[in-house]
Design a protein around this ligand. Structure first.
Ligand SMILES: *Cc1c(COP(=O)(O)O)cnc(C)c1O
Length: 389
């Protein structure tokens, strides 16, 4: 590990040299099955031929021009995102936090331009994660992320996830929007019920405020539908997307309805790199793969299989207490410290990541096959044995 790096990450001391499909390899040739996917980013696995072709083709043509000019792959990507979602318009940036920031700014300027400049506050939920900028750490309100960075950005009211009455009580004449993850990722894989989502939509309509969804982690096919909100039957006004959108190339997006997005008039918001030709060319290839017939059905099927297999391993519950999830976004509640379980699984060749509340998080590539699920479950069995003795 390099000593010239800042020490803001608590890194695991492994260096991967290359990746292929669901596997990562060290320089020494050790192979790991990757159920982290760079935290829900490499959803098509590593070194996907269509993504390699897309990046190479674009790299030979044009890397960057700035949003001073038209960008053809960016327009194509906006069309694709709008065609598959509630949205009429897209704006591009480079990360999840930036996408959420754009959503928050859009909510404020929407009310400002529609005669309600007093509406600026946002109702958010405890245990959420929205990124690491000053505004997004304040939005999530996690004490451990805010500590040392005070004073925190004002204007966020925090309510328990799932508490509709609490959300109602938090809304006042200054409220601009409600911001929620349909499935909390970092928070430990907590799924918003359809009733909660529908209730939030109704509250927003009743009060003339906007519903913002943070689908940075749960969007892009992760839950078995293209978007996490689909099953609830509601649609948001604004949505943040990132992580898997670029399949490993950094890109984020803020999506919105025609009416709301109109508030971003020329000069109101922007980003140097946002939606540049390289990033959007790769994201178009990601979208194309995910929109192929049967792709999302496969995610649902593999998710159900993996959940069922893990349920079968709960046994006497000395290692895994319970399992929950949607599609291939799965949380396993651990009995011993989740960090120890993660380390034991790593010894068995399976990479996982932890989440809040002593949970282990599984985010395998969405194109994973049954053979790899078998392999992961064998690693689980060996780890359970190791941890129980
Ligand atoms: C990862 C994540 C973010 C932040 O994304 P970055 O690209 O790290 O800025 C925001 N919201 C959710 C739900 C996330 O999972």
């Amino acid at each position: 590990m390099s000593s010239s790096l800042m020490s803001n990450y608590g890194r695991i001391d492994i260096t991967f040299e290359r990746g292929e499909g669901p596997y990562l390899y060290t320089a020494e040739g050790e192979r790991y099955l990757d159920f982290v996917s760079g935290i829900g980013v490499t959803s098509l696995g590593h070194s996907h031929p269509a993504l390699i072709a897309a990046v190479n083709e674009q790299a030979e043509k044009l890397w960057h021009v700035s949003n001073l000019y038209n960008i053809t792959p960016q327009e194509e990507l906006a069309d694709r995102l709008c065609a598959t979602s509630f949205a009429d318009r897209a704006l591009f940036c480079n990360s999840g936090a930036e996408a959420v920031e754009a959503c928050l700014k859009l909510a404020r300027i929407y009310h400002d331009t529609t005669g309600n400049p007093d509406r600026w506050k946002v109702v958010t939920f405890r245990n959420a994660f929205h990124g690491r900028t000053l505004a997004t750490i304040a939005a999530a309100g996690q004490p451990k992320h805010l500590k040392g960075f005070e004073p925190e950005v004002r204007g966020f009211e925090h309510v328990d996830f799932g508490d509709l009455d609490g959300a109602r009580a938090a809304i006042d004449v200054e409220t601009a929007a409600i911001l929620v993850e349909p499935v909390q990722g970092e928070g430990g894989i907590h799924i918003a019920s359809n009733g909660f989502m529908q209730g939030l939509r109704a509250l927003c309509d009743e009060h003339g405020i906007l519903l913002i969804l943070d689908e940075v982690q749960c969007g892009m096919g992760r839950t078995g539908t293209m978007w996490g909100y689909e099953e609830s039957g509601i649609t948001p006004d604004i949505m943040a997307v990132a992580k898997a959108l670029g399949g490993g190339f950094p890109i984020g997006a803020c999506l919105a309805t025609e009416q709301v997005s109109a508030a971003f008039s020329p000069g109101t918001h922007g980003s140097t790199f946002g939606g540049n030709p390289l990033a959007t060319a790769v994201a178009n290839a990601v979208m194309e793969e995910m929109q192929a017939p049967g792709f999302l059905e496969h995610v649902e099927k593999m998710g159900a299989l993996l959940m069922q297999r893990i349920e079968g391993m709960l046994g006497n519950k000395r290692v895994f207490e319970s399992v929950r999830g949607k599609g291939l976004m799965i949380g396993v509640q651990c009995v011993p410290p989740a960090l120890e379980v993660m380390a034991e699984l790593r010894k068995q060749g399976l990479l996982t990541v932890i989440a809040e509340g002593n949970a282990l998080r599984l985010l395998p590539p969405l194109n994973i096959g049954e053979a790899e699920i078998d392999e992961a479950c064998a690693a689980f069995e060996r780890a359970i044995e190791g941890l129980e003795t």
